[in-house]
Design a protein around this ligand. Structure first.
Ligand code: XMP
Length: 331
């Protein structure tokens, strides 16, 4: 629509004016906010933008390739993909505590990102001068209010605060005044595919908090395949009354890996394999959430496919806990 097109033109003009002919670095995660920020800044300044995409090895099935296809293949943006999966999995080996895992993933992420950023800023006068972030209006409010209000940390989130100062970079935040819905509309106006722009949120620590306890490559592999089946079927199944898919009718849905073995039977044989839990919630603010009343036919299809297609998983359960007292993620 023309209002959004106007907004794009205005935002592009503002970025050009701010940045001039200087270089910009942006941390691209594949999430909605950083993706829209990248597309917008790329529209404004093209090759003056370099995106750094740190793949911590805890992304969803084919996610890294999809990010590269979109930003490099379609938008022709400059993206440095850092495959840090061995580093992250190495640091996580033997660590089972959820907060310890979050801290490791968060701090390794900052370390890797800083190393890449340092390469881009070191080119003297030609080096990058700006760090772009996909901060949106609710983030601005949250970090302002957090100090006074939040007494207890339930889960430590990725914290990249202070990064611009540490890198000696100026901060570029073109989405600062926008609400999530506006960010999504902007993304569509910039030509990002709706499936990307309307994707469910995904936590910074990724599958690291969806594999309970110690993270192992084998677990991540099984989880990725189970999760992809769940999401594919949520997109396939339409609710007749609304015509919407169950993916669109839920706010967040994913599989969780339980490192517990249970007995099953397949053909003439006995199996002794891992368990996957499915989680799907409906919420408007993610502070409280109801478990989604998915149709049994959908659950049946998903569990049948996971057990048949993902060798190593022989049992699927559905999580019927609301938040509170449960949280949305299991860790
Ligand atoms: P919980 O599990 O606390 O999650 O009910 C609420 C929402 O926050 C997301 N989440 C995270 N997002 N970094 C993120 O960027 C994190 O460390 C993190 N932990 C939870 C979660 O996916 C849900 O949408």
């Amino acid at each position: 629509d023309w209002v959004m097109r106007d907004h794009v033109a205005e935002a592009v003009a503002l970025i050009r004016k701010q940045v001039g002919d200087e270089e910009v670095i942006l941390g691209l995660s594949g999430g909605v906010d950083s993706s829209v920020a990248a597309a917008l800044i790329h529209r404004a300044i093209g090759d003056q933008l370099t995106c750094v995409f740190v793949d911590h090895g805890l992304l969803r099935l084919n996610e890294g390739d999809m990010v590269m296809d979109m930003f490099v293949g379609k938008l022709h943006a400059k993206v440095i993909r850092v495959d840090a999966s061995e580093l992250f999995l190495g640091k996580l080996a033997g660590v089972a505590d959820p907060e310890a895992k979050r801290k490791i993933i968060g701090s390794e992420f900052v370390t890797v990102f800083k190393q890449e950023a340092a390469k881009l800023t070191s080119a003297g006068a030609k080096g990058a001068k700006w760090l772009a972030q996909g901060t949106i209006y609710p983030d601005v409010i949250e970090s302002g209010g957090a100090k006074s209000k939040k007494a207890v940390t339930i889960k430590s989130h990725h914290n990249v605060g202070g990064l611009p100062e540490q890198l000696g970079l100026k901060l570029l935040e073109p989405l600062r005044d926008l609400f999530k819905d506006e960010v999504r509309e902007l993304g569509v106006a910039l030509g990002l595919p709706p499936e990307m722009v309307y994707r469910h949120p995904f936590p910074g620590p990724g599958l690291g908090v969806r594999i309970l306890g110690e993270v192992k490559p084998e677990y991540a592999d099984l989880l990725r395949r189970a999760d992809a089946i769940f999401i594919e079927e949520l997109r396939n199944f339409k609710d007749e009354a609304s015509g919407k898919s169950w993916y669109d009718l839920t706010s967040q849905a994913f599989a969780v890996f339980l490192p517990v073995k249970s007995v099953g039977v397949m053909g003439d044989g006995r199996t002794y394999d891992y368990v996957v839990a499915l989680r799907a919630v409906q919420t408007s603010d993610f502070m409280t959430a109801d478990w989604a009343e998915l149709p049994y036919a959908l659950l049946k299809k998903v569990s049948g496919r996971i057990i048949n297609e993902v060798r190593g998983i022989n049992r699927v359960t559905y999580d019927v806990s609301s938040k509170p007292p449960a949280t949305i993620e299991w860790e």
